[in-house]
Every structure is written in C-alpha cells, then in structure tokens.
Design a protein around this ligand. Structure first.
Ligand SMILES: CC(C)(COP(=O)(O)OP(=O)(O)OC[C@H]1O[C@@H](n2cnc3c(N)ncnc32)[C@H](O)[C@@H]1OP(=O)(O)O)[C@@H](O)C(=O)NCCC(=O)NCCS
Length: 155
C-alpha cells in the first residue's frame, strides 16, 4: 500500500530545507521553514524518512481558504505519483480545516507543476506578469484555484 503523507513539524525543518535546496533555485533554509511552521494555520505533510524526505507540501489554512506555500519531491523519485499524493492530501486537510478553496502560485514555465495541478482540478484565476525571474528574465506567475466544497445554498 502507498505511504500516506503524514504531518510534519519543526522537527523536520532541516530535512525539508535539504530537500527544498534540491528542488528549487532559490530554496528556503531551515530557519525559514521553522518560521513558517510556527505561523498559526500553517501545516506540512511529508513522505519518506528524515534526513532524506521523499517529498513534502506546506500550506496555510485561514478565513475559509487555503494556500499551498510550497511542494517538492526528491528529483530521483519524480513521476511516481508522490507529488499528486501530497497535493491531494493538502487539499483534503484544507477541506477538513474548513477551507472551501485552495490557491497557489506557479511559474508560467513550470510544466511539471502545471500538469500536476491541472490533473487534480486546479484552474487559472489570475496572472502576475514578471513575478519570478529566471536567469535575469521575467517569468509570469499563474494563480490557480481548486474548489474544495460547493458554495452553501441559500436556505
Ligand atoms: C512538481 C513536482 C512536485 C511533481 O512531483 P511528482 O512526484 O513528479 O508528480 P507526480 O508523479 O505525482 O505527477 C502527477 C502528474 O503531474 C504531471 N507531471 C509531473 N511531472 C511532470 C513532468 N516532468 N512533465 C509533464 N508532466 C508532469 C503528470 O500529469 C503526472 O501524471 P502522470 O505521471 O500520470 O502522467 C516535482 O516535479 C517537483 O518537486 N518539482 C520541483 C519543485 C516545484 O516546481 N514545485 C512546484 C512549485 S509551484
């Protein structure tokens, strides 16, 4: 049976930072991970064992909405369904936490992430031109949304 993403706290901050450094050009360090995890409403779910996590997702829930702050999978373990499992688990936790929608920002040229999110049901709700920089060149951010619960019917 596939391993289920499990809650991850500050005890995994160093392992999360190590994986983030392998996944992003501008990674967040251990202090940044700790700072985010200490914020109310911020959660992480992880796969694998420290110090070598297979993947993790960090997200924030508040005000009836949620936001995926970051998600990454070990480069050696990609295309095996881990990213989808993490994103779906984050969405399930957000829904259980009262969120009716989950948002995220993704670079316009991040084909892998865009396909992953589209496959789950995220859709485009906004563009932020020049939000990221890639080797000095501006890259737009797409804001995506996934509806988690149907809007309440007026009674
Ligand atoms: C994005 C990321 C988390 C995906 O993780 P993953 O474990 O490889 O994803 P999955 O195996 O669950 O893939 C799910 C679906 O996403 C799509 N997908 C994933 N990687 C893809 C790629 N390189 N090219 C095209 N489609 C891809 C496919 O539709 C895939 O389904 P399929 O394998 O059945 O075709 C991973 O590539 C990663 O860590 N990237 C670096 C960090 C990053 O960019 N994070 C997102 C920031 S917004």
């Amino acid at each position: 049976m596939s391993e289920a993403p499990r809650p991850a706290g500050a005890e995994l901050a160093a392992a999360m930072a190590a994986l983030h450094a392998r996944a992003f050009d501008e990674p967040w360090d251990e202090a940044a991970m700790r700072e985010l995890l200490a914020m109310p409403g911020t959660f992480a779910l992880a796969l694998g064992q420290a110090p070598a996590l297979s993947g993790f997702v960090m997200f924030r829930i508040g005000g009836g909405e949620a936001e995926i702050l970051t998600i990454c999978v070990d480069p050696a373990l990609r295309r095996a369904g881990l990213g989808r499992r993490l994103a779906e688990a984050a969405a399930a936790h957000a829904m259980a936490g009262g969120a009716e929608a989950i948002f995220l920002e993704v670079a316009d040229d991040n084909e892998a992430a865009l396909r992953l999110y589209e496959g789950i049901g995220f859709y485009l709700v906004g563009m932020r031109p020049g939000y990221y920089r890639r080797e000095g060149a501006p890259v737009a951010a797409r804001t995506l949304k996934l509806d988690l619960a149907p809007p309440a019917r007026p009674s």
